[in-house]
Design a protein around this ligand. Sequence first.
Ligand SMILES: Cc1cc2nc3c(=O)[nH]c(=O)nc-3n(C[C@H](O)[C@H](O)[C@H](O)COP(=O)(O)OP(=O)(O)OC[C@H]3O[C@@H](n4cnc5c(N)ncnc54)[C@H](O)[C@@H]3O)c2cc1C
Length: 351
Amino acid sequence: MSTQIQTNVALAPYTSFGVGGNAEKFANPQSADELITLLKEHRSEQISLLGYGSNALISDEGVPGLTILLRSSHIEVNGDEIIADSGVWWDDVVTTAIKNDLWGIELLSKVPGSLGAALYINIAAYGQTIGPRVKWIDVWDSDTHEVRRLEASALTWSYKQSVFQQPEMKKLLIVRACLHLSRQKTDELTYQKALDIAEEKHLNPDDLVERRDIVIEARRRAGSLWHPSDTSARTAGSFFRNPLVTAEQADAIIAHDESGLAADVIRKMNQAHGGDALRVSAAHVMLAAGFQRGQILHDHVRLHEKNLLKLETLPGAKAREVYEAMRHIQKQVKDTLGIDLEPEVKLLGKF
Ligand SMILES: Cc1cc2nc3c(=O)[nH]c(=O)nc-3n(C[C@H](O)[C@H](O)[C@H](O)COP(=O)(O)OP(=O)(O)OC[C@H]3O[C@@H](n4cnc5c(N)ncnc54)[C@H](O)[C@@H]3O)c2cc1C
C-alpha cells in the first residue's frame, strides 16, 4: 500500500524547537520498506528527511518538495548485532542493547532522535560515539534510485561528522543500519559529573544497567532529556559544534570557566563530549565571549538556564528569531575571541 501524501502540513509540531512553516508535501512511512517504496514512487521529487526534529530548525517559509517524517519500530537482534530501521527512536536501540547485555552504546542513552539522524550526525555523549559501532548502513541513492549497502570500511567518522554530511553525499538517505556491539565493556566512563552521581547514588559505572541510570541522571541534571511528548523543553540540544582553537585560545577560554573545576578536568570534559585537546566546548567559548545562562537573545529566544549551548524558543517564537540569535552569537564570539562557531543544528528550508 502506498504511503499517503499530504500537502501544506505544519512541521513545527514535529520539531523540538516548535517553530517553522509548512512542508509543501508530506509523508510519514512507518517502516524502512515503506520508505523505500515511497522513494521509488517519488524519485523526481526534492526530498527532505525529518526524524524526530530534535536537531533541526525549519524555515518560517517552510520546506519545498516532499518532506518525509521517519517513524518505525523495527529492531532485530542477531547475536552481537542490532539491525534497525532509520526511523526507530534511538533510545529504543540502546535499551534493546542493554536488555541483551550488549555494550558500546550505553553512554549514548537518551540522546533524543532517530537512528538515521544519529548516524547522519554521528551523535556523541559521555565519551562514546555511534560511528565506530556501525557494521553496515543501507542507503537510498537519490542519483541511481536504488538501495545499496555501505560497509564499515566505506565510512569515516569524526567529531559530530559522517560522510552523509558531505555535500556530494547528501544524495544518500539512510534507510536502515546494523550495529556491531560487544559482550564486554568497550569504554570507561570518565566524565567527572557522572562519576560524582555514581558515588552519590551508590551506582556502579561498570555495571551496564547502572551505567545507563548514571548517564540518564547526568543528562537530567544538565537539562539534556527530551521526548517528542515533551512540549515544555524547546531546544535542539547543543546549538553549536565545539570549535577547534589554538592552544592559547583554549587556555584563555578555560580560564573564563565559572564551574570552579580544575583546567585539566575541564579539558577531559570537553573530550568526553567528543572533542580532542584543542576542541573546546562551545559553551565555554560563549561564556568567555560574555554570554550568560538564561540570557534573553530575542523576544522569544533565550539561552537555557542550565546549559549555555542550548538556544531555547519561547511560545510565539519564529524560526527567523532563532536564526538571528545564532548570527548574533556567532558575531560576538568572532569579534571578541576571533573564533568561528558553526551550528550543529541543521537548517531546513530557506534562511
Ligand atoms: C535536549 C536535547 C539533548 C541532546 N543531546 C545530544 C547529545 O548528547 N549528543 C548528540 O550528539 N546530540 C544531542 N542532541 C541532538 C539530537 O538528539 C541529535 O542530533 C539526533 O541525532 C537528532 O535526531 P532527530 O531524529 O531528531 O533528527 P532531526 O532533527 O529530525 O534531523 C537532523 C538532521 O538529520 C537528517 N536526517 C534525519 N534522518 C535521516 C536519514 N535517515 N538519513 C539521512 N539524513 C537524515 C535531517 O535531514 C536533518 O538534517 C540533543 C538534542 C536535544 C533536543
